[in-house]
Write a protein that binds this ligand. Structure first.
Ligand SMILES: NC(=O)c1ccc[n+]([C@@H]2O[C@H](COP(=O)([O-])OP(=O)(O)OC[C@H]3O[C@@H](n4cnc5c(N)ncnc54)[C@H](O)[C@@H]3O)[C@@H](O)[C@H]2O)c1
Length: 362
């Protein structure tokens, strides 16, 4: 069996996919790249790579004979690295989000389209166990026609936004990421549940930083942003995002409401294993749903990656794309559809919440 040769750049979060593609029977890690020698050494040792397979220079890394690149670097590098990888004839699996500007998304989209290469956005929350279950409920018509969907992702990551030791000193790349920019973990599963409906208009509120005080406003430390979105099919979508609110443990929650009932996830972490429930027209009251943090259908030997094995399923979807041409949900079109609403929403938050059209590439 042919093993796809995968290269991974950015091996902190990307390190998850080093494991996913190293352990799969269908792929092998042929090279890795990171600015940090320490991170390279640790990853190489873990899976037994030689020095020759480790690169600090991205262009030299790309010179390798590779089928695909996993771009796991900070978002500001995605545009340049994805475009270079596609132009050098490699397929790309990119970490979220697609890019941090409308122009960056367009550049990636046009490069992928004109090359005919494969690109997949690694929006892993789509592959969470309960989202997969909900999809079946919805497709079976048990919730009726959905007219409203919402998601909340509130995760206090202040230590990853700026140097909490020397504040107001060194800042990190996330310093400049407004909360609503990072919206694909919310919009991804919702648009998947809504069978690929897309956002056409956006507005958002939230431009104050009171939790992190005594500093020039950094986009990341805005207390909270709430985005409201209208979809092509006329649905309302609401998204709440914060990176600084001390909500312990963090929450990633979803709710959809339809003509026949609703689906609602629990408000605990652990991938909403507690409190998730549904109501369908034929039921007298809301019914708890059994949801597992780890998808139990995954063989024990394959329960790696993180996020309740959703990383494993995302990796498999990419390998299916490479091997059989089976399109994943998060193609390059959808990558833009899931990223652009957050970029536009932040723009509207800065201008007092006026509604704006979300660009659509075609
Ligand atoms: N899907 C998820 O659940 C999830 C979770 C966390 C992060 N992410 C995404 O993963 C990406 C990386 O996030 P992170 O948390 O690992 O960031 P990080 O800053 O913690 O680590 C980035 C890594 O990339 C390396 N790096 C930085 N710039 C580089 C460059 N130009 N070339 C090569 N290597 C470079 C760094 O040395 C480091 O090892 C981002 O796109 C982020 O949005 C996704």
């Amino acid at each position: 069996m042919k093993k796809f040769k995968i290269g991974v750049v950015g091996i902190r979060r990307g390190g998850t996919y080093v494991k996913v593609f190293h352990k799969s029977e269908r792929s092998e890690i042929a090279a890795i790249c990171d600015l940090s020698e320490h991170n390279l050494e640790a990853s190489a040792e873990e899976i037994g790579l030689s020095d020759k397979q480790c690169y600090q220079d991205y262009d030299k890394f790309l010179d390798n004979d590779l089928d695909a690149i996993v771009v796991g670097t900070p978002i500001p590098f995605h545009e340049e690295q994805v475009v270079k990888a596609i132009k050098s004839g490699k397929a790309v699996f990119s970490e979220v989000t697609m890019a941090n500007t409308v122009e960056g998304c367009r550049n990636i989209w046009e490069t992928v389209k004109s090359s005919g290469q494969k690109y997949m956005l690694g929006e892993n929350y789509i592959y969470l166990d309960f989202i997969q279950k909900w999809k079946k409920y919805i497709d079976d018509g048990r919730i009726g026609r959905i007219h409203y969907a919402e998601a909340e992702y509130v995760h206090d990551i202040r230590e990853r936004l700026y140097d909490t030791g020397t504040r107001p000193g060194e800042s990190y790349w996330r310093t400049y990421r407004p909360p609503i920019h990072y919206c694909t973990h919310c919009l991804g599963p919702l648009m998947y549940l809504l069978s690929g409906d897309r956002v056409t208009k956006a507005t958002a509120w939230g431009n104050k930083a009171t939790i992190v005080e005594d500093q020039t406003l950094w986009p990341s430390t805005i207390d909270m942003q709430v985005g409201l979105f209208e979809t092509k099919e006329g649905r309302i979508v609401k998204i709440l995002r914060s990176q600084v609110t001390p909500r312990q443990k963090h929450i990633v929650t979803y709710q959809v409401m339809g003509t026949e009932g609703f689906l609602e996830s629990g408000r605990t972490a652990g991938y909403n294993t507690v409190g998730t429930r549904y109501f369908a027209g034929s039921d007298k009251r809301a019914v708890p749903m059994t949801c597992n943090g780890t998808c139990l259908e995954t063989p024990k030997s394959l329960r790696f990656g993180g996020h309740g094995t959703s990383d494993y399923f995302g990796g498999q979807a990419f390998l299916d794309y490479l091997e059989f041409g089976k399109e994943p949900f998060t193609t390059v079109d959808r990558a833009a559809e899931l990223t652009l609403p957050g970029i536009i929403a932040h723009e509207t938050a800065l201008s007092g919440g006026v509604w704006k059209d979300v660009p659509h590439f075609d």
